[in-house]
Design a protein around this ligand. Sequence first.
Ligand SMILES: NC(=O)c1ccc[n+]([C@@H]2O[C@H](COP(=O)([O-])OP(=O)(O)OC[C@H]3O[C@@H](n4cnc5c(N)ncnc54)[C@H](O)[C@@H]3O)[C@@H](O)[C@H]2O)c1
Length: 266
Amino acid sequence: MSAAPDPVPVAVLGAGAIGGVVARALHAGEVPGARLVGVVHADPEDPPGLPVLGADEAIERAELVVECAGQRALAVLGPKVVARGRDLLVASVGALTDPGLWDSLDGGPGRLLLCTGAVGGLDLLRAAAAMGPLEHVHIETTKRASSLVQDWMGEDEAAELRTTEQRRELMNGPARKVASSFPKSANVAASVALAAGDWDVVSAAVVADPEAGLTSHVITARGAAGEYRFEIRNHPSELTPTTSGVVPHAVLRAVAGRTGATGVFV
Ligand SMILES: NC(=O)c1ccc[n+]([C@@H]2O[C@H](COP(=O)([O-])OP(=O)(O)OC[C@H]3O[C@@H](n4cnc5c(N)ncnc54)[C@H](O)[C@@H]3O)[C@@H](O)[C@H]2O)c1
């Protein structure tokens, strides 16, 4: 009988609502075939009980680097990861609206891997787009209004969102614009566009709802392969309302797929 292969060394960028959960599960050995080498973060205090590394050392020691640190951090660190030949699993998919960043991450030698994150149905959309062009794809995201405040909003709009009692559409337009305008909340618009394989065919809307207990994403698509409608309703993370609680588990599932688990959907 041959010996089991050594576990894949994994580094996690970000130790927040997503990265903290991912790193703890990896550190506890919950993903077969993977072991945590360390987390890289920018918080005032180190996360308790986890090994912390600088970015350069993490990239050096890992074979797989899992980004859970946000769009800006991905733009800075991601190109170094793939240039060093490490595989990069991305949670902040919305950063890929920038064609220059896409080119620098997709050029290897490390592989660029995208996490499905808060949504599902991307596998089927990809297959449908491969069969024939999609004519129309739309994603509508509805979140708790107070969690949708952005830096680019004026003070009045931000204050209104924090206290509003009215449901209101904040933006409706090309997926590229929506994903970059809501960097913590509309990564999914970019995920849908990348699955559809055509940014221009995908539109997105963000709706603020003061009553929204769950975060919802409704994806509709039509094309040669058929007509699709996926509705996803996620509980927000207990750690932050901008992230859904399921996202770190989607990241862990993706790590397991990369590190040799069998019987998994790919
Ligand atoms: N694909 C999806 O469905 C989906 C869903 C939710 C969030 N996201 C993305 O995941 C990101 C992380 O979400 P979160 O809720 O865990 O955020 P968070 O704010 O709770 O945590 C972010 C972590 O990243 C670290 N960080 C920030 N800049 C860094 C840098 N330059 N180098 C190293 N570490 C850095 C912070 O210190 C913190 O530990 C979001 O910014 C968002 O873009 C994706």
